[in-house]
Design a protein around this ligand. Structure first.
Ligand code: CA
Length: 574
């Protein structure tokens, strides 16, 4: 029954996502940059970060802020120079950390030379780098597919009177992976940067690269978004392509690879990451981050319950055990803030941010920290009107719903306030000073005014801070491999407030008790006898919370809102 999990450094690592534009500006132009990252590496090291994941650094027209790339071989001057990047790699390695880069393989910018060539003529040698199709008989798009931005996935191009495919923004045409020349181009790009010494890749939209090239119409027209996913997710050749990348690129370096596949389950994750299959090392588990999202409209908020979260995490912890590996990815540059959607940023900010840290660090999978979550950065309070938002998806949604469909503006804006990814893109709050210490100039996104209360400098030396709690729970995870590899068991599956689970390994067993609610909760440990000699390792409420000895003796105790406890039990004395 027990499956062996091979130890790997990337399973034991803490990954930290740097969203470059918003991390640290070094030259006062209001945009984060590579020298800014270098200046904060000591901070990341002290936090306990092992792997720095840096968002795309290449030139981009910024229809999708650097995820629409127009030259994969150079560095966007706004972020720095090639020498800066080399320096960053050097400084990361000097601190015994690793650095991975984003690899965007599904699409390019429409300003990439390949696409400029491709659109110029049906006879262009680059024509087949992208998907071009004739109009439907009525002159409309070749199929009824809807992009992630809520518009047709087909854009008409006057020059050659054909449509091209784009899963995302119309300035991000999808690459045609059927074409071996495209695959070779992408391999060449990866070799180029791997030879420079980076330690791996975070691969964007990895499960979208193989499409059903018949492009059939979908019947699933009720869903506003992604209604054709059955034809372009987990496509017929996706595993063949990834195995080819493994053989021709990944296998030649000592690196690790992680993929970002939206909307997959544990069976698919095993196909991508089982070591025998030689594709990717891990995929990001994104299901939990969609817990408050209505399936057919990512802007609609859906209240979530703890049962939902237990079901999701339980499935991933159990079903993938020994078969594959995930990155535990609860927040990102594409998502509202962690403490705002899974915690209580208003009433129990510090408590819930700490609980979420313990939750993240005690799950099976490699923990991913998104920048600023380690100090409990919250959704932005200062984005008010649609003009304050920068993300295209929100603007298109607003236009469609309010201007074209006549929906209630307040209702739509409420959805955007709740869900916008712009919340994650306000600059990191380093201090209570001008622009939060992010920049000496005017930041490209205004700094959240709560930088007065929530900032790195204030939390650095406060032993009770969220930041120091992160440092401590990370330190504990690194010292105790059972928290990485141990078997997961939910010991209180029915409880609607308390999430209590164990992680068991050869040497020790861990008990994690989380009051995942804004109310006090009564707790009695089932099977307390088996944990009688456990030891309290970390507690969110050390001065006013539950009595650990009472818990371990099986008495009923009351947990404070968002109180979290971590116990460890050695199996035998040495
Ligand atoms: Ca800058």
């Amino acid at each position: 029954m027990n499956t062996v999990i091979n130890p790997e450094y990337w399973k034991e690592s803490i990954v930290y996502e740097v969203y470059l534009r918003s991390f640290q500006d070094s030259n006062g132009d209001g945009i984060g940059d590579i020298p800014g990252v270098i200046s904060r590496l000591d901070y990341l090291k002290e936090l306990g970060v092992d792997v720095v994941w840096i968002s795309p650094v290449h030139p981009s027209p910024n229809a999708d802020y650097s995820y629409d790339i127009k030259d994969f071989y150079s560095i966007d001057p706004v972020f720095g120079t090639l020498d800066d990047l080399k320096q960053l790699i050097h400084e990361v390695h000097k601190r015994d950390m690793k650095m991975i880069m984003d690899m965007i393989i599904n699409h390019t910018s429409d300003e990439h030379p390949w696409f400029l060539e491709s659109r110029s003529s049906v006879d262009s040698p680059y024509r087949d780098y992208y998907f071009w199709r004739d109009p439907a008989p009525d002159g409309g798009p070749p199929s009824n597919w809807i992009s992630y931005l809520g518009e047709s996935m087909w854009e008409y191009d006057e020059t050659t009177k054909q449509y091209y495919l784009h899963s995302y923004h119309k300035k991000e045409p999808d690459l045609n992976w059927e074409n071996p020349r495209v695959r070779q181009e992408m391999k060449d790009i990866m070799h180029h940067w791997l030879k420079l010494g980076i330690d791996g890749y975070q691969i964007d939209a990895v499960n979208s690269i193989s499409k059903d090239t018949r492009f059939p119409n979908t019947d699933d027209t009720e869903r506003r978004q992604a209604n054709a996913e059955q034809y372009f997710k987990e496509g017929p050749r996706v595993h063949e392509y990834l195995h080819e990348l493994y053989e021709d690129v990944f296998a030649h370096y000592s690196i690790f690879t992680a993929g970002e596949p939206s909307g997959i389950g544990t069976d698919e994750a095993a196909l991508y990451t089982h070591p025998d299959r030689q594709e990717l090392d891990m995929v990001l588990m994104m299901e939990a981050s969609k817990i408050d999202t209505v399936t057919n409209d990512l802007w609609q908020y859906q209240p979530w319950t703890l049962q939902d979260l237990k079901k999701i995490m339980g499935d991933w912890n159990r079903n993938l055990y020994g078969k594959g590996w995930i990155g535990v990815y609860l927040s990102s540059h594409d998502h509202a803030r962690l403490v705002s959607y899974l915690g209580d940023a208003d009433k129990y900010h510090k408590e819930s941010a700490k609980l979420l840290a313990m939750f993240l660090m005690t799950m099976q999978g490699t923990p991913y920290i998104y920048q600023g979550d380690e100090i409990g950065m919250t959704n932005a309070q200062h984005l008010r009107t649609i003009d304050d938002f920068t993300e295209q998806q929100a603007k298109i949604y607003y236009r469609q719903r309010v201007e074209e469909h006549g929906d209630d503006e307040q209702e739509i804006m409420q959805r955007i306030y709740t869900k916008s990814r712009d919340h994650a893109r306000t600059p990191v709050q380093w201090e209570d000073g001008p622009n939060g210490g992010f920049s000496t100039g005017e930041p490209w996104m205004p700094v959240n005014p709560n930088t007065r209360e929530i900032n790195v400098r204030q939390q650095q030396d406060d032993p009770d801070s969220i930041l120091n709690f992160y440092r401590e729970i990370i330190r504990i995870r690194k010292q105790h491999k059972t928290l990485v590899y141990g078997n997961y068991e939910d010991i209180l599956p029915e409880d609607e407030q308390i999430y209590a689970y164990t992680r068991a390994g050869k040497e020790d067993r861990w008990l994690i008790v989380l009051n995942f609610s804004s109310s006090p909760a009564d707790f009695r440990l089932p099977d307390a006898d088996s944990l009688a000699n456990a030891e309290l390792m970390l507690h969110t409420h050390p001065d006013r919370g539950a009595d650990p000895s009472a818990i371990l003796s099986g008495k009923q105790v009351q947990l404070q809102p968002y109180e979290a406890l971590l116990f460890s039990q050695k199996h035998s004395s040495k």
